[in-house]
Ligand binder design. Structure first.
Ligand code: S3P
Length: 197
């Protein structure tokens, strides 16, 4: 790691304190893949809310949807995210629908910095089609149409995230560095405004 990058990481960690980095966005935008490399760079723990739910429930997301329905999945998701945020600081990748909950958004605003990883429809589709069956919401019809409809509904809510970063088909490292850069600027502007106030 170059000296500049090491300094960027230690500055970020210091400014973050107990605050977690929370990655949000559509299925297939790369939250987990990018979250892992961000956590590795900063030496923070990484959590994936879906994986935590699967572990707590002892069954797959698809089985939870089938046996208990989406509303119950959302309740469990809410609790899991609240617990992970309380344990912070960490890098947390959320399931695509989690940020739609007002309660979850409120918890995140207290204990985290939300980052929307934005990817276009074609990229999302190519990524989710690698693992069909993993995402129950896409099994109910034409995945292209479903993702398009969800993007329309969720876009204005995702827009409330503290930061927006493009997730492209380039390397994970490029996106990781774009997130870290955006985060560094955001935290610097926050500490400047605190000093001014
Ligand atoms: C969902 C996204 C999934 C998972 C569940 C519901 C959604 O997570 O939480 O299938 O509502 O968009 P990923 O975004 O990690 O695929």
């Amino acid at each position: 790691m170059t000296t500049r990058k090491r300094k960027q990481s230690s500055d970020l960690l210091e400014k973050l304190g107990k605050t977690s980095i929370v990655l949000i966005g559509m299925m297939g935008c790369g939250k987990s893949a990018i979250g892992k490399v961000i956590a590795a760079r900063l030496g923070l723990k990484f959590h994936d809310s879906d994986a935590e739910i699967v572990e707590a429930a002892g069954m797959s997301i698809a089985d939870i949807f089938e046996k208990f329905g989406e509303a119950e999945f959302r309740r469990v998701e809410n609790r899991v995210i609240e617990r992970l945020l309380k344990e912070g600081p960490a890098v947390i990748a959320l399931g695509g629908g989690a940020f739609m909950s007002k309660k979850t958004r409120r918890t995140i605003s207290r204990r985290g910095i939300s980052i929307w990883l934005k990817a276009d429809l074609e990229l999302l589709l190519s990524r989710v089609s690698r693992r069909p069956g993993k995402r129950p919401l896409l099994a109910t019809g034409d995945p292209r149409q479903i993702i398009q409809d969800l993007l329309e509904i969720r876009g204005p809510i995702y827009d409330q995230a503290n930061l927006h970063v493009s997730s492209t088909s380039g390397s994970k490292i490029q996106t990781r560095d774009a997130v870290l850069e955006a985060l560094a600027q955001y935290l610097a502007s926050q500490s400047n405004s605190q000093e001014a106030g």
